[in-house]
Design a protein around this ligand. Sequence first.
Ligand code: SF4
Ligand code: SF4
Length: 305
Amino acid sequence: MYAVRFHGRGGQGAKTASRILGTAAFLSGYQAQDSPIYGAERRGAPVAAFTRFGLEPIRERGAIVHPDLVVVADASLLEDPSVRVSDGMTDRTILFVNSPLPAEEIRARSRLTGRITTFGVTEIALEHFGRRDAISALLGAVAARLAGLRQEPLRQAIARELENLGLAPPVIAHNQTVALHCYESVQMVECESVTAPAHAVTTFHAPVYESPSRGTARINASGNSVLRETGGWRTFRPVLVADKCNGCWLCFVYCPDGVISMNKDDRPVVDYDHCKGCQICVHECPTHALVAEREQEGGVAWTAR
Ligand code: SF4
Ligand code: SF4
């Protein structure tokens, strides 16, 4: 069995990428399985998705503990200890990081070891789609390439999955073209054949009944969300172009986290300690007075200067 773990942020398409990979594997004749896991947070929060495929029926379920391939959709996740990108990685695991920086630089900055390869998927998305969040098909393509799947099943898988999301045929065709470009561009790392690795011994866990009161989340302190500085999730920040702002307050209204306040001149002020970079304010601003700029601290460590 071959196991792929995706790490991304809510809204980046890690889940769809894992589905594309699973469908491409299925169309290649493998047994396949994929599933995502979300936390309690929303857009911008770390998420993970898992794809398994192999020649035999897959009886393992749940999170992938020992991945053969780890796909990191957002390099800033490497800095977040709660994401635990390196969990279960061995010297045989391939780590793909969405970054235009060379693998050696990622290795030096993250102190991760193993077989690392990189490619600037976000830069490709910006160039071809004009959007930084349209990367699910591109990530799926990179994963398919690194996992040794062929182009044709990948192309069909992209069509199926994006069609399920309601995308129009020309958009799907464009995604296929750009995804295949990524497929051909990513630098290959030698990969293991699809056989059970020695460490992937399946153990079964028999669940026992627990009282619902034990399984229900409880928050014992009130008013503490301000302590969670979600600004670390951000790879693009909204920046005000003051002379375009007409003071309409729409950004204030639409910000899902309430981190925009309005000053006495009716101009927005963003609390960057808590702005998670979802860009909803950028999309909603009627005068394009808010623009998305790549982070100059933290996030820039993972991008080309
Ligand atoms: S939505 Fe745009 S124009 Fe309106 S207040 Fe915010 S930045 Fe200014
Ligand atoms: S300020 Fe804009 S980018 Fe930041 S959380 Fe609010 S809507 Fe999202």
